[in-house]
Structures are given as structure tokens and as C-alpha cells.
Write a protein that binds this ligand. Sequence first.
Ligand SMILES: Cc1cc2nc3c(=O)[nH]c(=O)nc-3n(C[C@H](O)[C@H](O)[C@H](O)COP(=O)(O)OP(=O)(O)OC[C@H]3O[C@@H](n4cnc5c(N)ncnc54)[C@H](O)[C@@H]3O)c2cc1C
Length: 380
Amino acid sequence: MDFELTEEQQQVKRTVRQFAEAELKPHALEWDEAQHFPREIFTKLGALGLTGVIFPEEFGGAGMGYVEYATVIEELARVDGGIALSVAAHNSLCSNHIYQYGNPEQRKTFLPPLARGEKIGAWGLTEPGSGSDASAMTTTAVKRPGGWVLNGSKNFITHGISAETSVVMAVTEREMRSRGVTAFIIERGTGGLIAGRKENKLGVRASETASMIFEDCFVPDENLLGERGRGFVNAMQILDGGRISIAAMAVGIAQGAFETALKYSKERQQFGKPISQFEAIQFKLADMATQIDAARLLTLRAASLKDRHSATTRESAMAKLYASEIAVKVCEEAVQVLGGYGYIKDYPAEKYWRDSKLCTIGEGTSEVQRLVIARQLLLQ
Ligand SMILES: Cc1cc2nc3c(=O)[nH]c(=O)nc-3n(C[C@H](O)[C@H](O)[C@H](O)COP(=O)(O)OP(=O)(O)OC[C@H]3O[C@@H](n4cnc5c(N)ncnc54)[C@H](O)[C@@H]3O)c2cc1C
């Protein structure tokens, strides 16, 4: 058992940290205020291989594993949770669904532009009436000569407007419930695919979240992704990997908030000494650092298992549950350490707190993670 990143993994960490400090930090607050999704950042991330971290080089990817991927997402989130979420949804949801279940032609056609950051990906599972109970979706795909006609809508989709390539789950055999869902690849510009409303969010505001509407949207047969009727099952398998990225995002946000609090506590003087000299503040910092370490270890364990092709349903859910819950706590404590300055936007603490909350909701809420973990325990 080795708890250290390899030299190559540390190099990845340093590179992404430098990138995030130089390219994200100066703009993070401005993007947050304006709720601006900086498309151009994807081109820069692509040049570093960060839009295709987990895909082989033959598909335009960086050929790295989940440990590196978790490291990348953590470092982006340490500076901007919104960009980390966008990169995560692009890599481990949309692109990975195509990589894992696409046929050779689909992989060759759709993956390289996504992996290189030339195109942005979206992954549509959630609907207005079906979130945690995703198999209750109502978007339908009906067979027609040469393809399928989709009708319905998806809700809260990361890059729901900007995506050039989307993976969308739809009901093909209603009576089969979760065994009657099929995945489709839909390209921007397809007739009947309508960009919906962009949401005005609490946090991760640099990441675009929007609905997608399908009105008699014709998708050719060659864009059916994976086996017919396996779309829901495959989506759950994709979430096992995706949850590692949300755990890493939570760790990164918590780490950024902790560093902000630590620095501030050494600078802020009250009662004639730095507030870091008060035991009440020291204990907060000690708890924050311990929780972040534990969350990072759970996340890297899940990532490492994934790299060894082991099942990670339980470990991914545990990492996501724990990391996201402690991230919210750590960020709240960071606001407390900064006092009144924690509550205003001149300091980053309040943004970390707002951004952290998404981690307990996206890719399955904390309650759903507990259900997943309990089911795994009861299987034994
Ligand atoms: C910023 C953002 C980005 C997102 N990006 C995407 C995306 O790219 N693609 C995508 O498909 N989706 C995306 N989502 C949707 C996200 O995955 C869902 O919001 C999430 O799964 C919860 O679904 P819901 O919002 O419908 O909540 P609901 O399922 O309605 O849950 C409401 C509450 O009920 C609880 N609950 C529900 N069922 C149970 C149960 N059985 N037992 C106990 N408690 C339960 C939940 O935990 C929650 O507290 C995104 C969401 C956000 C906010």
C-alpha cells in the first residue's frame, strides 16, 4: 500500500495547479458573478490533455488513469468548482459513455474532438419529473425507418446549451422500465434538438446548467449508443466513475477553502495576536485538515480500484458521500474563520461554500449514495 502519488502524478498535479492559478484564479469571481461559462478555457484545457484525461492517445486522450483524473479535478476545483464540474461532466460522463459503450466507428468519430477539447460534451439523464428515480424518465425514442424520433426534455444538464455532442437516455420500451432505456448520441444542430433555459444557480456558476428539449428529434440508427435497452444500466455504471470525479471536486473545493482559512488565520490580528493563536481556531483548522485528508484517501482508493478494473460501486459512493459532506462543513468553517470577511465576495470563502453544496446533489444526492452503499453492504 503506497499513499504517495508517483513522480509523474505529482507532475500532473503541479501542471494543473499552475494552469488553474494562472488561467482560472484571476477570473473566477468575475465568471461567478456574471454566471459566465468560459468556452475558451476548454480549448486551453484541451491543449494540456485535460479534456480527455482517461482516454487512450489513439482517441486524442492523455492516456492517463483515474488517479491522475481525480488529481486534475481536485486541482481545478481548488481554484474554481464550476470549471471542475464542467471538466468532470465532459470527461467521465459524456465522453466516457461513448468510450465505454460506443462501437469502433462511434469511438473514432465522436471521441477525438471531445478528448481534444474541440467539442464540448453533455450527458442527459435527469428530467423535470425524474432525478433520483432516473428510471422513471419519460423522454421517448420511437423507431422510424433509418433511425429514432425523440420527444421529451432533460433537466439540469451540464452544457445543455453549449454541447456539440450529447449522450441522451430515452425510453424505447416503456413496459421494461429500467431495462427499456436506450442511449443515443445527438449532435448539435440536429433538427428538433432545442436548447432550453439556462439555470440561475447558487454555486458552480461558471459551469453551464440548462435544459434540453426534444421535439420530433430524428437520430440516425448509427447514433444508438451501446445495446438497445441497456442505456439505464450503462448510465449507472458510468456514474460509478463519475462519482469519483465529484468526490475529487469536493476535496479540491475543501482544500481551497482550508488554505484560505489557514492563511487568513495567520494574518488576522484580534486581542493583540493572530487569530491562529486561539485554540478555538486551531481546532477548526485541525478538523478541516483531517477531514480533507480522509476524503482524499477515500477518493484515491476508489480511483486506484478503478484503474485496476475492479468494481467500485461501493467505494465511489462512499468517497462521494464523505467528501461532499465534509466539503460543505469545511467550507462553512472557513467562512467562520474569516468572520465578516468570510461573508463578503472580496474573499473566496463564501464562493467555496456555495460551490461545495453541489457535490452533495449532483451525480446522486447524499441520500442516494447511502442507498447505494447500504445495498452493496446487504448484498454481502
Ligand atoms: C449544477 C447541476 C448540474 C447537473 N448536471 C447534470 C448532468 O450533466 N446530467 C444529468 O443527467 N443530471 C445533472 N444534474 C442533475 C442531478 O444529478 C440531480 O439534480 C440529482 O440526481 C437529484 O435529482 P433531483 O434534483 O430531481 O432531486 P430529487 O430526486 O427530486 O430529490 C429531492 C430530495 O429527495 C431525496 N430523495 C429522493 N429519493 C429518495 C429516496 N429513495 N430515499 C431518500 N431520499 C430520497 C433526495 O436525496 C433529495 O434530498 C445536475 C444538477 C445540478 C444541480
